[in-house]
Ligand binder design. Structure first.
Ligand code: F6P
Length: 541
């Protein structure tokens, strides 16, 4: 695989950066009255204005040429048709199949994929329906009031984020809670106030070997059995979501109550399948299917729209422009929606576990920065915390602002104030305020430099009609495909995550040293040995 940085397309961008980097957004807007209109597009219900980026027509042409050079078009087809593009694990990458309509046709490695996907969705819908209608009852005959999803990483962040996002759609009086951390505070906090007789645990783990999840699941099982006084209660209060039926059975969950998926769904791409079971129980199968339809809308856009009008492609290329040419270290994702407060955390796994790689798919080292670092908080909370650095700091932090036109509730017209803040921030970031403008307001000269707003700070604005299951699916698919495009240009395998394995193994090896009373073994590193000794002393061991 050719190193993308050695191509003429990359060299052309490098040269262009040298000529263009000093242009300001004030100049760019003054030079082109059509700029906002030209640099905007719609995909599904999402409207993107990317005119407040430090990019001109030539920039976009050069970036699009880079995308073409990377073989993006073929690679998109390779994903959608089930080629094994996850090379290090020799697997297809087919999360897009999880939201294909029932009549789609896709056979991969001999598997009739769409039929299997819909069989699981139907099984989930039937089960969710029984729980929601109170037909499914707990061991003592009471209906389920709370669903506790136990999972971590992709088996937690997706359903947890979406549950928060769709709180306005909870219509069955069933609450969901999410437990992920091995920190005992997490499970004890989640169980507090719950009645075992009305609690259903969904144990979500692709592998069903993950230490955190299995440990929390055992704690939950003990809690339930001691609360209800019988091990038989497990059958009515535990279901599993996994690809590993053997381990599910070993844990003691009837595989009739297991909801499956396949090795071609990466953990961080899985909440639109069975990993979304807790969400489906809370919002209902109908709303869940609307969400899948939203995903599919953007999948189709991504697959078919020309790159110059392709939202994920354009946003990804701008990400590369800043990360690799301007040297931007991070990208802020700023939803102007309290409901999306877990969205940045969800996106962190998506981007960093996918593209945090130092070698290309063929094993040769990459030669540029890969893996965008996403972070953020909902507006306006962020404004009163870290926006100071965005406006006047020395670092360049491109930002995605996400706003919604219609609120679900709107006492005192608050929603317009929220939206005005979004628009004010992107305007101030882009155009700033000059020393002359500040001095003209009568500001004392020694204060003027402190008040100068440099501007020229790039943002995307995504405007969405309303936060619904359908638009949430669109937003998530948008970012999934942004990550895909960036991974393609960088030439990395975006679908493995070998980097998390070593730490997991070391933790298993270290745990006995923390708990035993034997002298601490000689660790190869003195720092860890010292910390183990100190920890044991503090624990009185
Ligand atoms: O942290 C690594 C990881 O494998 C993630 O990719 C995954 O989402 C998470 O652990 C949970 O894995 P599992 O669903 O197998 O429990």
């Amino acid at each position: 695989m050719a190193d993308i940085t050695q191509t003429p397309e990359w060299a052309a961008l490098d040269k262009h950066y040298g000529e263009f980097a000093d242009r300001t957004l004030r100049e760019l807007f003054a030079d082109d009255p059509q700029r906002a209109e030209r640099m905007s597009l719609t995909a599904g219900d999402l409207f993107l204005d990317y005119s407040k980026h430090r990019a001109g027509g030539e920039t976009m042409e050069l970036l699009l040429a880079l995308a073409a050079k990377s073989g993006l078009r073929d690679r998109i087809e390779a994903m959608f048709t089930g080629e094994h593009i996850n090379v290090s694990e020799d697997r297809a990458v087919l999360h897009v199949a999880l939201r294909m309509p029932r009549d789609a046709r896709l056979v991969v490695d001999g598997q009739v994929v769409i039929a299997d996907v819909h069989a699981v969705l139907d099984k989930m819908a039937a089960f969710a329906g029984r729980v929601r209608s109170q037909e499914w009852r707990g061991h003592t005959g009471q209906p389920i009031k709370t669903v506790v999803n136990i999972g971590i990483g992709g088996s937690d962040l997706g359903p947890a984020m979406a549950y928060e996002a769709l709180r306005d759609f909870l219509d069955a009086g069933i609450e969901a809670r999410f437990v992920s951390n091995i920190d005992p505070a997490d499970i004890t906090g989640a169980l507090r106030g719950l009645d075992p007789a009305t609690t259903l645990f969904v144990i979500s783990s692709k592998t069903f070997t993950t230490l955190e999840t299995l440990t929390n699941a055992r704690v939950a099982r003990d809690w339930l059995v001691s609360g209800l006084g019988s091990a038989d209660a497990v059958a009515k209060h535990f279901v599993a979501v996994s690809t590993n039926a053997e381990k599910v059975a070993e844990f003691g969950i009837d595989t009739a109550n297991m909801f499956g998926f396949w090795d071609w769904v990466g953990g961080r791409y899985s909440y639109d399948g069975a990993i979304g079971l807790s969400l489906m129980i809370a919002v209902g199968p109908e709303r869940f299917r609307e969400m899948l339809d939203g995903f599919h809308t953007i999948d189709e856009h991504f697959r078919t729209a020309p790159f110059e009008a392709n939202m994920p492609v354009l946003m990804a290329l701008l990400g590369i422009w800043y990360a690799d040419f301007f040297g931007a270290e991070t990208r802020a994702v700023l939803p102007y929606s309290q409901r999306l407060h877990r969205f940045p955390a969800y996106l962190q796994q998506l981007t960093m576990e996918s593209n945090g790689k130092s070698v290309q798919a063929d094993g040769t080292p990459v030669t540029v920065q890969t893996g965008e670092i996403f972070w953020g908080e909902p507006g306006t909370n962020g404004q009163h915390a870290f926006y100071q650095l965005l406006h006047q700091g020395t670092r360049l932090v491109p930002a995605d602002f996400i706003g919604f036109a219609e609120p679900h509730e709107d006492p005192a017209g608050m929603h317009d104030i929220l939206t005005a803040n979004l628009l004010a921030q992107t305007t101030a970031l882009a155009f700033g305020k000059t020393a002359e403008e500040i001095a003209a307001e009568g500001t004392p000269p020694h204060v003027v430099p402190h008040k100068v707003m440099p501007g020229n700070r790039p943002t995307s604005t995504i405007l969405v009609p309303r936060l619904t299951p359908h638009t949430l699916g669109q937003l998530v698919a948008l970012y999934e495909h942004i990550v895909f495009v960036e991974g393609t240009v960088w030439g990395v395998d975006s679908f493995d995550q070998w980097g998390v394995e070593l730490g997991k193994k070391m933790a298993l090896a270290l745990e006995p040293a923390l708990t035993s009373e034997q002298p601490v073994a000689d660790y190869p590193d003195a720092s860890t040995a010292q910390l183990v000794r100190r920890y044991r002393k503090l624990r009185g061991r």
